[in-house]
Write a protein that binds this ligand. Sequence first.
Ligand code: C2E
Ligand code: MG
Ligand code: MG
Ligand code: MG
Length: 281
Amino acid sequence: HAKSGGGNVVAGYHARMREGLVERLELESDLRAAVENGDLRLHYQPLVDLASSQVIGFEALVRWPHPTRGMINPLDFIPIAEATGLIVPLGRWVLHEACRQAVEWSTAAGGRPLKMSVNVSVRQFDRADLSEVVAAVLAETGMPADRLCLEMTESVLMTDTDANLEQLVRLKALGLTLAIDDFGTGYSSLAYLRRFPVDTLKIDRSFVERLGVIADDTALTDTIVRLGKSLGMATVAEGIEEFGQLAALREMGCGFAQGYYFSRPVPAAEAGRLFLEGAAV
Ligand code: C2E
Ligand code: MG
Ligand code: MG
Ligand code: MG
């Protein structure tokens, strides 16, 4: 009796595993089709210069409007794209679309420079031809290299360091800028920061969130801003939601910011208007 009960539990477990697997395979083939058919979209979150309060550019954030599941969050499909290798064509599309759009908006604004930031997965860094792909996209779109910023997580600095260092040097040689995303959450040491040709630190939202609330986090954020300054790097605060956080970061001398306080990531048409208007607050 006990045995057959256990058998049912096991059978139920297997059925659920099979369901999970089927769902995952479905999502994978849907994603492949979406990438091939050009069904992905980009939303854009304004990047604000804290000295002038102007919108000087955007971070491109990919969106997947799924025909039956609704809008799928990147945190739910980027891992699938990474595991299947789809991140390579997906990443190229994001890069191309973001650069094309940046050139279009800049032209519409009488040539006012527009900084575009694009997230690059560690899987893309693993490919030796990343710098060639980026060079081709810059040439195809006419995007000036110094207006493009590639965002990578600290893990890029931590894994396979020699190959990644060479890759970053090749990318830098194109004339673009490199940022470390979610800075403060990983394990990059000061030695790595000095060794790699990084231009910008993006201070993770978790620090900004607790600014003024938890004294230790305020001190840490201040330390990151100073670290950036002493290494000659720009600092961008992520996830500003309240005026108090903005005031604190300005006081610390943080150069740039993003967050719902200024704007959520918005579809292209709205982002284009925000850039033309210029003023962030
Ligand atoms: P990320 O690069 O750190 O992007 C910032 C995330 O924080 C975005 O989530 C953005 O919508 C959200 N955010 C911005 N301001 C605020 C705020 O004030 N409050 C709160 N609560 N959240 C804020 P999103 O768009 O869901 O993207 C999540 C992550 O997915 C990104 O984190 C990035 O790691 C990844 N991702 C997005 N697009 C791409 C892409 O094209 N390629 C790759 N490889 N990864 C991407
Ligand atoms: Mg980012
Ligand atoms: Mg980030
Ligand atoms: Mg983040």
